[in-house]
Every structure is written in structure tokens, then in C-alpha cells.
Design a protein around this ligand. Structure first.
Ligand SMILES: C[S@@+](CC[C@H](N)C(=O)[O-])C[C@H]1O[C@@H](n2cnc3c(N)ncnc32)[C@H](O)[C@@H]1O
Length: 305
């Protein structure tokens, strides 16, 4: 939803733009172009290859300054403060990049065989293979139920634990096959591949996706309170913040955090309902079908220093 994002964030020349999930730099380049030669683009990504790619793409826009931040966006507010910057616009386009999904060696997809990895940061401490090899049945059940909203979580977890005692589960195809077996005859009536929810769950756990999201949302709330008390923080008064989410676990958190800001009189949302992609966008980019865009204006722009 690039057009909707650019219009919602309304980046003016000279702005400081924080893209929490720079990815391949598509959104960041558009926002940086609006910020222009006097503007600053702060780019964050867990995936160092994506961050490098996005940085070069954004550099080509001629934006005045680029600050790349490798690591979780939960640390971006602290890094902004350290750099003496405050963001006018923030974007978080959550989840996984298509380059990550489409590279079998990264182990995100059950559609192509690869090592069971799923780390966005390839140096991260725990891969999906580690989780599948070491977590006990209760822990695997919790992960698959909570992060995958998978009704057959216990059955799948128990199957993983049983199968791994015979031979280790090392590849995406092995795990996908095992989940399909756990589904049994239910697989035929499943709308998506039976492994969809289990793969989502493991990916969320491996990359601490909801922990990072909660951390960022908490810091937006704290910044809003700080600016209401007249303190300067990592957001300027009137900063616009946009989240693009892809499943209900993410969207629920963003919706609740924004609603709290509005209730506390610390933020304004343009609409109660999120923006969703048009039929045309879904036709050209099927992965966008579950996208929801929510935007909030934090604090009062008339109180800018
Ligand atoms: C959907 S893609 C973003 C695509 C990007 N908007 C573009 O235009 O190319 C999500 C990106 O966010 C990164 N990511 C996911 N969770 C992250 C986190 N907690 N901190 C930093 N980056 C994260 C992923 O590595 C991936 O590159």
C-alpha cells in the first residue's frame, strides 16, 4: 500500500523519517525522496543484507543524511536519541520480506525445501531448527497455538517431539510433511497448506516479532506522555506513525495501543478502521491480501519547538 503510506505520513522536506523495517527500501526510498536533500532517513532492519540494499536504494534518492541501524526496531528509539534526532514520521511494515521468503536457504517457506532456519538476522541466537530440536512438547504447543493460532497445536507439537527422537527434523520440507501428517484427513479441507500456521508461529518465536512490536508500541506511548509533559523525545510533537500489519496478532496490538493514545488524549487517528489494499493491489501482489494500515498522529504539532 505504498501510495496510502506516503499520503498518510505526509513527509515534508527536511523531515526525519524512521523506517523501522527498511527491507528492500521500497517504502523508505519514497519517504526519503519526500524528505529531500535537507532530510534524514533512519533505516532499521534485523537483516543486514536487506539493510545494505535499502541503504543504497535510499542513497540514490539524494536524501541529505542516512542513518542505518542494524538490529531490532525495539532499539531504534534509543539510537535516535543517541544520534540527537527526533522522527517526524515512522513506518513499520511488519513481518517477513519477499526476498527472505523466496530464498529457500533462509528456511522461511514450506513451498521450497531448505534448512529450517527462519532467522531474519542470520547471526541470531536461535533458529527454527534449534526450537524444533530442543523445545519440549508444552513449549512447542504454546508457540504454535499462541503465535500460529493453530487449533491442532498440541497434536503437531507431540508429533514433532515423537519424530525427532527417531531422526532430527532439519529441513522445511520435513517439517511441512510432518505437519501434514499430523493434520491427517483434515488436510484435504484445510484452505491453506496445513503448515502455514506452524511456520508463522515458529518464525514469530525465532525473531521475537511480537516482543519487538510490543516494545516499539510501548515506547511510542512513553514518547507521547513525555511530549505532553513538555519533554523532548525521539518523536516530534505531531509525528505520524504508520503500521502495516499482516495478521490479527499484530493488528490487535497496534489497534489497542493507538486506541489507548486516543483515550489518553495523546494521539489522533484519522479513522477507527484500518485501510486495506484495493482489489487491484491484491491482484498484482497477493501477499498484500491480509494487510491493514493504521496511522496515528502523536502529540500536538503546534507544540513543536
Ligand atoms: C515486509 S518487509 C519490509 C519491506 C519494506 N517496507 C520495503 O519496502 O521493501 C519487513 C522487513 O522487516 C524486517 N524486520 C522484521 N522484524 C524486525 C524487527 N523487529 N526489527 C527490525 N527489522 C525487522 C525484516 O527483516 C524485513 O526485511
Amino acid at each position: 500500500m505504498p501510495t496510502e503510506i506516503v499520503s498518510a505520513l505526509g513527509v515534508a522536506p527536511g523531515s526525519v523519517v524512521l523506517d523501522c523495517t527498511a527491507g528492500r527500501g521500497g517504502h523508505a526510498a519514497m519517504l526519503a525522496a519526500d524528505a529531500g536533500p535537507t532530510g534524514t532517513a533512519v533505516l532499521c532492519d534485523l537483516d543486514p543484507a536487506n539493510l545494505d540494499f535499502a541503504t543504497e536504494r535510499v542513497r540514490a534518492t539524494g536524501v541529505g543524511r542516512i542513518l542505518p541501524l542494524a538490529g531490532s526496531f525495539a532499539r531504534a528509539p534509543r539510537d535516535l536519541i543517541r544520534a540527537g534526532l527526533a522522527a517526524d514520521a515512522v513506518l513499520a511494515d511488519l513481518g517477513v520480506a519477499s526476498t527472505q521468503i523466496d530464498t529457500p536457504d533462509r528456511g522461511f517457506s514450506f513451498l521450497a525445501d531448505g534448512p529450517l532456519d527462519m532467522r531474519m538476522d542470520p547471526t541470531g541466537p536461535v533458529s527454527a531448527g534449534d526450537l524444533v530440536a530442543t523445545a519440549n512438547a508444552a513449549e512447542l504447543t504454546r508457540i504454535i497455538r499462541e503465535f500460529g493460532e493453530e487449533p491442532l497445536a498440541r497434536r503437531i507439537a507431540e508429533k514433532i517431539v515423537r519424530m525427532r527422537t527417531d531422526s532430527p527434523i532439519l529441513t522445511t520440507a520435513e517439517l511441512a510433511g510432518l505437519v501434514r501428517e499430523a493434520y491427517g484427513s483434515r488436510a484435504a479441507s484445510s484452505r491453506n497448506h496445513p503448515a502455514t500456521r506452524t511456520f508463522q508461529a515458529l518464525r514469530i518465536a525465532v525473531n521475537d516479532e511480537l516482543g519487538a512490536l510490543d516494545g516499539l508500541l510501548r515506547q511510542i506511548g512513553e514518547a507521547a506522555k513525555a511530549m505532553a509533559e513538555g519533554r523532548s523525545t525521539w518523536l516530534v510533537p505531531g509525528a505520524r506513525v504508520a503500521f502495516l500489519t499482516f495478521h490479527s496478532l499484530e493488528d490487535r496490538r497496534v489497534k489497542q495501543a493507538f486506541a489507548q493514545l486516543v483515550r489518553d488524549g495523546l494521539g489522533r487517528t484519522p479513522a477507527r478502521t484500518p485501510e486495506i489494499p484495493t482489489e487491484t493491489e491484491i491482484a498484482t501482489n497477493p501477499r498484500s491480501r491480509s494487510a491493514k494500515l493504521r496511522v496515528v498522529t502523536v502529540g500536538d504539532p503546534t507544540e513543536r519547538p
